[in-house]
Design a binder for this molecule. Sequence first.
Ligand code: MN
Ligand code: MN
Length: 462
Amino acid sequence: MYRENAWKAYDETALAKLEQTAKNYRHFLDNGKTERECAAYTIAAAKEQGYQDLKDIIKAGKRLQPGDKVYVDCMGKAVMLFYIGKNSMEKGINIVGSHIDSPRIDIKQNPFYEDSGFAYADTHYYGGIKKYQWVARALALHGVVVKKDGSVITLAIGEKDDDPVVGISDLLIHLSRDQMGKKASEVIGGEDLDIMLCGKPLAGEEKEPVKAALLKILKEQYNVEEEDLVSAEIEAVPAGPARDYGLDRSMILGYGHDDRVCAYASLEALFGLEEVPEYTCCCLMADKEEIGSVGATGMRAMYFENAMAELLNLTEESYSDLMLRHALANSRMLSCDVSAGFDPLFAGAFEKKNAAILGNGVCFNKFTGSGGKSGSNDANAEYISKLRKIMDDHQIAWQTAELGRVDVGGGGTIAYVCALYGMEVIDSGVAVLSMHAPLEVINKADLYEAVKAYAAFMKDAK
Ligand code: MN
Ligand code: MN
């Protein structure tokens, strides 16, 4: 089966649209370096499109009609947007679900210490990372500090041109004979990912003067006390904006393509729907995928099911639990998450004819998981048949892929969680190179095709 490179089919109009999508996506990435920032960006954009807070609708005792648009904010870290369609939700809805958390380095609750003239923050990394990739590079600090009185201080330090950046040091090559002989997983230890924050003592301070200087800066510039870190979520992420990548500008280099590229594509697709859809459409952006979809904002929590119950209650004459079961089981979902792009420099990790090729369009992964399909969703052939037709009807460049060669590794997505309801689910996303590295690479054509694919799915899936 031969798949054409998507770029070959574009005329001037398509290329202009593709570049506009890429530009808007870079803006989303640059303003969404954490799940909280992505959620806030999404809600602000949704409000501009006429989306209302589901809580306000319930409070006002209003009903929902086809054409109405609502959003659900889950603790500011996960978001769901619903565009109410013409059919009863009991017949199922069309869901494009992604995740907005990305691998990073989190500051601990009691983080600060001083050693040899430096003040540091202790950290615990989040998600699957090659720890050695995160040293000797500029990092920015993003997050929130919640004061004891409940007031929230929002931080984003290291993104503006004149902002300072922070980072983690590495050992000089000259003294690395032992380090270079270690296994890559042991080159940098988990407890060694400490972030250097200050390097100058506070005048007149005898005990821990550099840490004292750090605390003074935090107090004076950000109104943050050391104790406040207990109720804070600060994430160290690669500093700086996403960039066009390649001399031909065909790709984008940036932090957090996994999975903000699919989140963005699903958002643009939803906002681009011109007519009230046949079936209710949902753009779902989950948190905590990178650590197993756990926690109150992870996909395994109840927020999606709860929102479906509320929406049925607001759209149907009477509500029943059975109706909710029907709505969930009859739904169709694209679990929108990135695919492992084929990398010629690491060809041995892939089986090429079943690998995602950058530039060949949106990917469908029947299964992910690891050896023996363990832990995978394994979508139904009947469902894939319907999707094939939708993709071809809309002239979308698409390909099938699996996660590398059999038995070389593995991974999962949110697909299996939604599949528990008995709905049809398949993984579908954009191919990424250097996945989970501080800077990942995608091809603009794949982003563009993903937007088209998700829109076609929301319009036509039934
Ligand atoms: Mn992912
Ligand atoms: Mn991931």
